[in-house]
Every structure is written in C-alpha cells, then in structure tokens.
Design a protein around this ligand. Structure first.
Ligand code: BJW
Ligand code: ZN
Length: 249
C-alpha cells in the first residue's frame, strides 16, 4: 500500500517525544469485533437505550446479560490484528507513549501493549452493583448472576449517563494536553467525553492524525486524515517512523 506523507507529518514523526494513540471500535473491526454505528454496527440491530444504560439493566437484567454474553463469545474467539500490533510496536519508538481506548475488548493488551487506559471499562470483568466487588467468572449458574453479598453483577463497562473511571479520564486529558502527536483511530468521534480528546490535543498544540475508513465528526479538526483500514495504515506508519529514525525493521 502507498500512503502520501506530508513533509510536516514526516517532521512531526521525526521530532515527536510524547505520543498518544486514541482508539475506538474500528481498530478491532478487522479482528471481527462489530462496531457500534454504521451499516453493520451493533446499534443497527439493537437499541442502545435498551442495552447500554443502567436503567435498561435495572428494568431487564436478563436481556442486558444475554447481549453481553453474546458479545463475550465473539471477543473470546478473536485475536488482535496488525493495527493492534503496530500500536504495541509504536510504544518502543517514542520517549513517552500512551494508549487510550474506548474499546472494552482487551485486544490492545493481548497484542502486547502495556498500561492501556480503558475509558469504557472491560467486558471481561463484572462488578457487583451493591458492594462494588469485582468478579472475573466466565460461567454462571443463573442469569443475571449474583454476587456473594446477594447484589446483582453487571459487566464492568461504562454505559450512557455513567461517569468514566476517574483515574482513566483524568489521565487521558492530561496526556492529550501534553502530547506532540495524537492519533485518533477507528472512532466515529460521537461519544463524549472521549471525542473531546483530539480537539483538546489540537488546542494544546499537538499534531492530530486521524485514521478511519470514512470521514468522521473529527475530520475537520485534524491535521492529517488517512482514509483506509487501520490494520494497513498503522503498520505502514510504523515502518515510516523506523525509516525516518534509521531503525532496522
Ligand atoms: C474503521 C475500520 C477500520 C470501521 N479501520 N476505521 C456532550 C454532548 C452530548 C452528549 C453528551 C455529552 N457528554 C456526555 C454525553 C452523553 C453521552 C454521549 O456522548 N452521547 C452521545 C451519543 C451524544 N456520554 C456519556 O453518557 C458518557 N458518560 C458521561 O459523559 O458521563 C458524564 C455525564 C453523566 C451524566 C450526564 C452527563 C454527563 C458515557 C459514554 C459511554 C459509552 N458507552 C459505550 C458502550 C460501552 C459498553 C459496551 O461496549 O457495551 O461505549 S457506547 C459505544 O460507543 C461504546 C464505544 O466505546 C463508544 C464509541 O464508539 P466508537 O468506538 O467510536 O465506535 P463507532 O461504531 O461509533 O465508530 C467506529 C468507527 O470505526 C467508524 O467511524 C468507522 O468508520 C470506523 N472503522 N472499520 C479504521 N477497519
Ligand atoms: Zn456484592
């Protein structure tokens, strides 16, 4: 694949010290994880407000659990793709590197990335709504399952109207304000507060690059938009960084 790099982007790649990669569902699409929006997205078949809110869970915990069991089955079978591996490799190419993801699938960690900021939680963990205890069981006798305290267990993900994990969102804004370069990859840029990270980085002087198969809500603010699959474009960018920095592949 051939990608045109602007002179300015090449200079940024050569000089950048602090780099942030912020990812959404699109980076996992090539692994077989469905995205949320768009033609084949989950929200075409399922209604977000009936599944991804605490009110929905309280009203019908069984349906919400069945939906998450269905998605866990998909996620348990799949593997990271070249996009996840390229992000993991980037960590070794810059002085300070941060990965922030809206994804709950854990694929960045599986690809070898350490210290991933998971803004919307992780689908593999459960949490008791009463005592807050974490639960990592994969099989349950009853659905919805109960905690040892008698409270209901829920997936440890962030639903609409819920606060993001405090440490995670604070860290995400902090590194976005201090980075030289931010990549926004495979996100529609619709869901807040994650969608504010690229404009925040831009306002604080960073060069912002978007990788997506189509234009998004964020395209108009970015310095460079690469249109295509993140599983092809990210490895290409990694090769370019190595070439610029004289590192052998
Ligand atoms: C490829 C590709 C390939 C495909 N290569 N690209 C300000 C204004 C308006 C509303 C709000 C606001 N602030 C807060 C809100 C409310 C709300 C919100 O943002 N609503 C919007 C819909 C408008 N936000 C919240 O409620 C958040 N909480 C919060 O703000 O708390 C404070 C607060 C509380 C109460 C009141 C007010 C404030 C919480 C948001 C939680 C989101 N949760 C979900 C579900 C997680 C659990 C689960 O997985 O089930 O998170 S929703 C869903 O969307 C999921 C995702 O992480 C999130 C983002 O989706 P993403 O990743 O962008 O995916 P898609 O599908 O949208 O896009 C995929 C992209 O990939 C596309 O662009 C494709 O083109 C591309 N692509 N293949 C590259 N191969
Ligand atoms: Zn409990």
């Amino acid at each position: 694949m051939a990608i045109d790099f602007s002179e300015r982007f090449e200079r940024v790649l050569a000089d950048a010290k602090t780099v942030v990669v912020s990812t959404g569902a699109g980076i996992s699409a090539e692994s077989g994880v469905p995205t949320f929006r768009g033609e084949d997205g989950l929200w075409k078949k399922f209604r977000a407000e009936e599944l991804a809110t605490f009110e929905a869970f309280q009203a019908n915990p069984r349906i919400v659990w069945e939906w998450y069991s269905y998605r866990r089955e998909i996620i348990n079978k799949i593997k990271p793709n070249p996009g996840h591996y390229a992000v993991a490799e980037m960590a070794g190419l810059f002085d300070n590197f941060h990965i922030i993801t809206q994804n709950v699938d854990g694929l960045h960690k599986l690809a070898g990335s350490e210290d991933v900021v998971e803004l919307h939680g992780n689908i593999k963990r459960n949490l008791c709504v009463d005592c807050g205890k974490m639960n990592y069981d994969e099989e349950f006798e009853a659905i919805p399952p109960l905690c040892s305290c008698g409270g209901r267990l829920r997936p440890d993900v962030v639903w609409f109207g819920e606060m993001l994990p405090a440490g995670a969102i604070e860290r995400a804004f902090k590194v976005s304000k201090s980075c030289d370069l931010l990549f926004t990859v495979g996100t529609s840029g619709i869901v807040q507060p994650a969608a504010s990270l690229p404009p925040t980085a831009k306002q604080h002087g960073a060069f912002v690059v978007e990788i997506n198969i189509e234009p998004t809500e964020l395209t108009f603010i970015v310095d460079q938009h690469f249109r295509g699959n993140s599983g092809e474009i990210l490895p290409f960018i990694v090769r370019k960084i190595k070439e610029i920095r004289g590192i052998k592949s």
